[in-house]
Design a protein around this ligand. Sequence first.
Ligand SMILES: [Zn+2]
Length: 175
Amino acid sequence: MVFYLLRQDETFLSEMGDAVAGLKDGLFVCGECGNVSDANPCSICRDALRDRTTLCVIESIDDLVSFEQAGVYNGLYHVLGGRVSPLEDQDLSQESVDFLLRHIENAEASEVIIATNPRMEGDLTYFTLLEILRDKREKGLRISRLAFGLPVGGSIEFADRMTLHTALESRTRAR
Ligand SMILES: [Zn+2]
């Protein structure tokens, strides 16, 4: 990055310096979903064309960006901003649990997709969320999880044991 900057002219560097200094001005954490945006609520939460009955729960804003860039999802998000990881001494705070429950109630969501990462911490976070949402699930809230499996273009020969296992577990019936 330093080498890139050294090749730029003074004006560019000065403008970039101002932009970096003001980076956090005018940025808000969305009070509904936890996304970071130039407005509160964020543009996704304010978008009337999005499906407001589905909430996709993700660990971090990076994951939200990936979904948005892929353009494959049209519901709302909820950024947990944390995960369950005993090795890193991390757990979901009561505050973030309350924030999620409030969002589900306010959005009148009928489905929650738990999109935690396909690794041990993601599994633990998933099971913790299942427990937290148990009451709502009994009252009819649909809870789903992303299917994990072989990457498109990958090959079975090089897949690791967990990938093969989840690919088998999340197999779909031929239609
Ligand atoms: Zn939002």
